[in-house]
Design a protein. Structure first.
Length: 120
């Protein structure tokens, strides 16, 4: 399976590719071969968006992450679509909370993709 994930992130939340890395790890743990380039049987293509903002009422930061991915065949045929969203309050360590939210979403997406592939 090839991963093609576009991550639009807030600069303070860490390096690029965090979601793709986490998702790839989860898929490998499930026994799937994952690549970032080259010919594969399936492609997982998607977009991840994130937002961090100050919640002045609670004196905390809010983080939200949304991921939308499509599982396709090599010829582009859509097999399934998956959408997930996670939110959390954060103190001053936005990057750590961002990673936690992303990891939760990667686990969810990997499970959905694995189930879809088992049906085939």
């Amino acid at each position: 399976m090839r991963l093609d994930i576009d991550e639009e992130r807030v600069a303070a939340l860490g390096g690029a590719g965090i979601f793709a890395t986490s998702l790839g790890e989860r898929l490998r743990q499930a026994g799937l071969r994952v690549a970032t380039a080259g010919p594969t049987d399936f492609t997982l293509r998607g977009t991840v968006t994130s937002q961090a903002s100050a919640n002045r009422r609670l004196a905390l930061n809010d983080i939200s992450v949304s991921a939308a991915v499509n599982l396709t065949t090599p010829d582009g045929q859509l097999l399934s679509s998956h959408l997930t969203r996670g939110d959390s309050y954060a103190g001053s360590d936005l990057a750590a909370v961002y990673r936690e939210v992303v990891d939760e979403q990667a686990i969810d997406i990997a499970g959905q993709v694995y189930r879809e592939l088992c049906k085939r």
